[in-house]
Design a protein around this ligand. Structure first.
Ligand SMILES: Cc1cc2nc3c(=O)[nH]c(=O)nc-3n(C[C@H](O)[C@H](O)[C@H](O)COP(=O)(O)OP(=O)(O)OC[C@H]3O[C@@H](n4cnc5c(N)ncnc54)[C@H](O)[C@@H]3O)c2cc1C
Length: 291
């Protein structure tokens, strides 16, 4: 194995650049609790700021060919876990039904971070509540593939989010599978300042309407308000059968936003995160309609 010093200044970590998926899984299996995957490193590098300990060993997965590929088929899109936000936004730019994901990947953080941060890292950073790609992929009904030295399995993103903090050692998220549809989708986020900040709240939505603009199907996800992003199922149900209208959708959202309790943080009081949701619903619905 190729190993080298992880950090300068006396830390004794090692950094293994895996040339293939099989070698990455072997290394993660060998390292056990001492090791972890290293994708873009943009979350890992800030561990000291969060008062978290770095792992003794990292397995760099960024140059493994199959983890860096995007495959666009007629019925689904497969995204390798090590695809960066910038590469993803550029590859999906011409697919209108994936506008929600293009916008999530293309508007998060800042250009330098987007060139490094990966979609797999965004989904796997279990204590990161403001990840843009998580609600975007929830509203797209995405599945994820998880591999270990002993095999692989596919599960819904929702199931993955419920178990990611206790995922067995040696496991790696390898790809994200997004079914294609004719839905209209959009991503609306509210950063504290104009750019470069984590969002206070996120609404990602995917809507299907009939020829008279009545909603047939709705999937709406809320990010950054609670600790983990989740679907807003009551709002989805309330919108069914109604004419798609941004102001009306915001009114309905205002009546339901009380089900969210904002997470504690130093940036804003908890109530503020839930209070901005109706405005984001209005913006996202208007964007989905192309208004
Ligand atoms: C200043 C700044 C602002 C940012 N703003 C935003 C923002 O607004 N919105 C947003 O979405 N993101 C934002 N980010 C990026 C975000 O914070 C994370 O840093 C990023 O999404 C993590 O991706 P990564 O590839 O760098 O992961 P890494 O830092 O490499 O890893 C993150 C965690 O996931 C694990 N991991 C990585 N890949 C895998 C895998 N394939 N399988 C299993 N586990 C894995 C790692 O072991 C680690 O625990 C910002 C980052 C910075 C520094």
């Amino acid at each position: 194995m190729t190993t080298g010093p992880l950090t300068k200044g006396g830390a004794s970590g090692t950094f293994y650049v895996a040339p293939s998926l099989a070698t990455a899984l072997d290394a993660l299996n060998d390292y056990g609790a001492d090791g972890a995957p290293f994708a873009g490193g943009t979350w890992i590098m800030r561990a000291p700021i969060r008062h978290q300990q770095l792992k003794a060993r990292y397995v760099a997965i960024g140059t493994i060919p199959e983890l860096s590929a995007i495959r666009i088929d007629a019925d689904a899109i497969e995204i390798g876990a090590a695809v960066t936000h910038a590469a993803l936004a550029s590859a999906l730019a011409d697919l209108p039904e994936l506008a929600v994901l293009t916008s999530a990947a293309g508007s998060s953080a800042n250009p330098a971070i987007r060139a490094m941060a990966t979609i797999g890292g965004n989904l796997s950073a279990s204590d990161f509540s403001a990840a843009d790609c998580v609600p975007a992929l929830l509203c797209l009904d995405a599945q994820v593939e998880i591999a270990s030295k002993h095999g692989h399995e596919r599960m819904s993103l929702d199931a993955f989010l419920k178990q990611r903090s206790t995922l067995a050692l040696g496991r790696l998220l390898t790809k994200i599978v997004v079914p294609r549809s004719l839905c209209k989708t959009a991503h609306a986020r509210l950063p504290l300042r104009k750019a470069g900040d984590y969002p206070v709240a996120i609404i990602s939505l995917s809507l299907d309407a009939d020829a008279t603009a009545h909603v047939r199907k709705a999937r709406i996800a809320v990010g950054s308000v609670e600790t983990v992003a989740r679907r807003w199922e009551r709002l989805e149900t309330e919108l069914l059968g109604r004419v798609l209208d941004p102001a009306k959708a915001a009114d309905i959202a205002a009546g339901l936003a009380g089900e969210f309790t904002g997470r504690e943080s130093v940036e804003v009081p908890p109530w503020y995160r839930a209070s901005v949701l109706p405005g984001l619903v209005r913006r996202a619905t208007a964007a989905a309609l192309g208004a």
